[in-house]
Design a protein around this ligand. Structure first.
Ligand code: ADP
Ligand code: ZN
Length: 731
């Protein structure tokens, strides 16, 4: 920043606020002046709101009416690169600037004056009487030199109760001091806990190091089977990043579940990283937000929204499990964190590492086209090898109706139990049964507010809508024909599968892993740890188990319905099934014991099932790419979804039709519009939804055409319009 970025008191500045206004407002710089990018508090009508000095004022406002910025906040100004990131991501996703700025200021109490809290440091004295607990406190403090800790941190690190610390405070052995609430994070040591890499890992780490040291933008697709050491390799890239004095961000899906991962980072760098996700306390959020901005947090492990943190000097973004669908935000601002990571890195000269065992076709295509560098890890670390994969042809199995575990699968589970090993039965459906049918009238119980069936959850004794979360007690009688005792579950969910497994193996210890069965993220973490330690013989799980948890005793993975994901009209159905099956199969045999994956399928000759079995990833991607290229769909063409919603269904169809008729702006760029049609889920929370789909060539300036097209219409009253660039869900 130079002095031209400084505004003297009274100078006109343009302030972008987080309020839904469609323009940047003029204000006068406050007493003492302010920097470009300063976070400020400004008056807006009777209120005070948060904003950022975005540039010079426009001066097209009656100067006598221009009000003054109330004050500049005591936080680092927003950097140029962050402002362009906010602008460019808003343009890309067709989101308003204020909504984007809200994402970038998601830390409560930013404008509060810095408050104080008590911290504890060594007083350089010995206590009158030494105890083991006291010794541990003193040793901990000595080990960290002059550092101060909160009571909670110190007692946890020393493994003592807080009264032990308080006792030492009385004798001045430990000093109690007031300190600003938002403390920097402990330094991470790049050389702490470094491990020896295999030659293959070393080669990959070296390539990444060259990129980090160049301090220029570049994206690398790091591909390798589960257990090949991708994490180990990108930890080295983080170390390199620390060595050159830059910050690193690691994005993880399902962040709240990855206790194992945090332990690993701490073991590698000798300190805890900052942890950013929706489960983190408000004060911790504010601390991270501020510390990231002033360099007091070197490594952040976060959910997708961590991309909008105000890093002071970001050198590396790792997107782990880059293919994961949860990177696409599907509520509020619709963005794909993987794409935004690449955008952000390109603006600040950082590297991106996309890590996955089963990359998305998008990333595969980018690597294939030479836009991304590609690094491969081909073998698993240590003795573990990829499991044997076999299909169970369900047409040849005989099983009673209402059951799903084939005799072949049962036999395989039985062998594992006898050997003291674990089996995982996988079904990607929560609840007891996906459909509740009335045998008297044929009614399927649906949600009152959504176009979706209610799913029975037997543990909760309730019906749940997986769209809106509405729930009601399981009724005795059919809501439609009022006949009692005729409601029957149809199809399997994870709970029903557990019931069946228990019936086959009454003495086995069963664990059901489904996100809704644990009260909190912590309970889930503990559940997973208990299972990993051998606390179950059979694990029944949903998609949740496909993610990075390590179960060393697991040697059999049984997929109950490998065909499930292949139904429906999603253009990524094949890709997703392929990825999910590979990942789930990859859970088996992660340690010394060889694993087996068995997939139940009614169409064992389906090309996707065959590709999964053959393990021919390259072949699968090539075939899939050719098909998408042919159809002109992503990543070889561009798509956007326009969702209109309202409580009045006629109103949105009228608007949808009007949009479809006035498609000049789209035709100009050779784009086509389809619809309006009822959206895949035509009603959510009582609001009707229709969708238009726009398809364009890869190189067409889609965003500009879309805003011109939509801009012709005023969106009034109850109607809401949202644009979804590169929609991920089609069902
Ligand atoms: P991925 O991220 O590809 O699934 P990980 O990095 O988690 O693989 O490695 C799998 C397991 O092997 C982990 O338990 C890890 O600690 C271990 N491992 C991998 N590489 C090494 C290495 N070079 N030295 C020691 N342990 C390793
Ligand atoms: Zn609902």
């Amino acid at each position: 920043m130079d002095e031209t970025d400084f505004f003297d008191e009274g100078a006109l500045v343009g302030v972008l606020t987080t309020q839904p206004l469609d323009r940047i407002l003029d204000y006068k710089a406050p007493a003492g002046g302010c920097w470009l990018g300063a976070f400020v508090e400004v008056p807006l009508g009777p209120r005070k709101v948060l904003g950022v000095v975005w540039g010079k004022g426009r001066g097209d406002w009656d100067i006598s009416k221009v009000r003054s910025v109330i004050r500049a906040l005591d936080v680092a100004p927003m950097r140029d690169e962050m402002r362009s990131f906010v602008e460019k991501s808003a343009q890309y996703t067709l989101t308003s600037l204020p909504s984007m700025l809200r994402l970038a200021t998601r830390a409560p109490g930013l404008s509060d004056p810095p408050s104080m809290r008590k911290v504890y440091r060594f007083g350089d004295k010995e206590p009158d009487r030494q105890t083991d607990a006291r010794k541990r406190v003193i040793e901990t403090l000595k080990e960290y030199g002059g550092l101060a800790f909160t009571l909670k941190e110190l007692s946890e690190m020393a493994g003592v109760t807080s009264s032990v610390v308080k006792g030492l405070v009385k004798q001045d052995v430990v000093l109690e001091e007031n300190s600003p609430r938002d403390l920097p994070f402990q330094r991470m040591e790049p050389d702490h806990g470094a491990r020896e890499l295999t030659p293959e890992q070393e080669a990959a780490a070296l390539r990444l190091r060259e990129g980090i040291e160049s301090q220029t933008y570049g994206t690398t697709l790091l591909r390798g089977v589960t257990g090949s050491g991708k994490t180990e390799v990108y930890l080295e890239a983080i170390a390199d990043c620390l060595r050159v004095g830059r910050q690193a961000l690691v994005l993880l899906p399902e962040i709240a579940l990855t206790a194992e991962f945090f332990t690993r980072i701490e073991a590698r760098f000798g300190a805890k990283p900052a942890e950013w996700h929706s489960g983190v306390t408000m004060t911790e959020r504010r601390r991270i937000w501020k510390m990231v901005g002033q360099g007091g947090a070197q490594v952040v492990i976060g959910a997708r929204s961590a991309l909008f943190l105000p890093f002071q000097n970001l050198g590396l973004i790792v997107v782990d499990e880059e293919h994961d669908t949860s990177y696409k935000q599907d509520d509020g601002v619709l963005y794909n964190a993987r794409d935004m990571a690449v955008l952000r890195a390109s603006l600040c000269g950082a590297r991106v590492v996309l890590a996955s065992a089963t990359p998305s076709l998008e990333s595969w295509a980018n690597a294939d086209a030479g836009k991304y560098e590609r690094l491969e890890l081909t073998s698993r670390f240590g003795p573990a090898v990829m499991p044997d994969m076999r299909v169970i042809d369900m047409r040849a199995e005989s099983l009673p109706s209402g059951t799903w575990i084939s005799p072949t699968m049962q036999a395989a589970v039985k062998t594992r139990i006898e050997k003291g090993e674990q089996s995982l039965l996988f079904i990607n459906r929560r609840g007891y049964a996906p459909v509740t049918l009335c045998r008297a009238c044929g009614e399927q119980i649906g949600c009152d507010h959504c176009d979706a069936r209610m799913v029975e959850h037997r543990f909760l004794k309730r019906l749940l809508c997986h769209q809106c979360g509405e729930s009601k007690p399981m009724p005795e009688e059919c809501p439609s024909c009022k006949v009692e005792g005729k409601l029957a579950p149809v199809g399997p969910g994870v709970e029903r599968l557990a019931e069946e497994a228990q019936a086959h193996f009454p003495d086995a210890r069963l664990a059901v892993l489904s996100s809704d069965l644990f009260g909190s993220a912590r309970a889930l973490k503990e559940g997973i740890q208990a299972i990993a330690a051998g606390g179950a013989d059979i694990i029944i799980g949903t998609q949740l188990v496909a993610k990075g948890h390590n179960f060393p005793l697991l040697t059999l993975v049984g997929v109950i319905d490998a065909d499930l994901g292949l139904q429906g009209s999603d253009l990524r159905a094949a890709e997703r099934t392929f990825q999910l099956m590979r990942q789930v199969a990859g859970r088996a045999g992660r340690s010394e014991r060889k694993g087996t994956a068995l997939m139940q399928s009614f169409q064992p000759d389906h090309p996707v099932i065959r590709a999964i079995l053959a393990g021919d990833e390259e072949g699968f991607w090539k075939a899939e790419a050719a098909e998408r290229q042919q159809a002109g769909v992503p990543p070889y063409g561009r798509m956007a979804g326009i969702i209109l919603s309202s409580t009045d269904v006629q109103e949105i169809f009228d608007l949808g039709n009007a949009l479809a008729r006035s498609d000049g702006a789209l035709r100009q760029i050779g784009a086509q519009v389809f619809g309006p049609a009822p959206a895949p889920i035509a009603r959510v929370r009582g609001r009707h939804r229709v969708r238009l789909l726009v398809k364009a060539d890869k190189t067409a300036p889609l965003q500009a055409a879309l805003s011109k097209w939509i801009g012709q219409f005023k969106i009034k009253g109850d109607i809401r319009l949202s644009v979804d660039i590169d929609p991920q869900s089609f069902f």
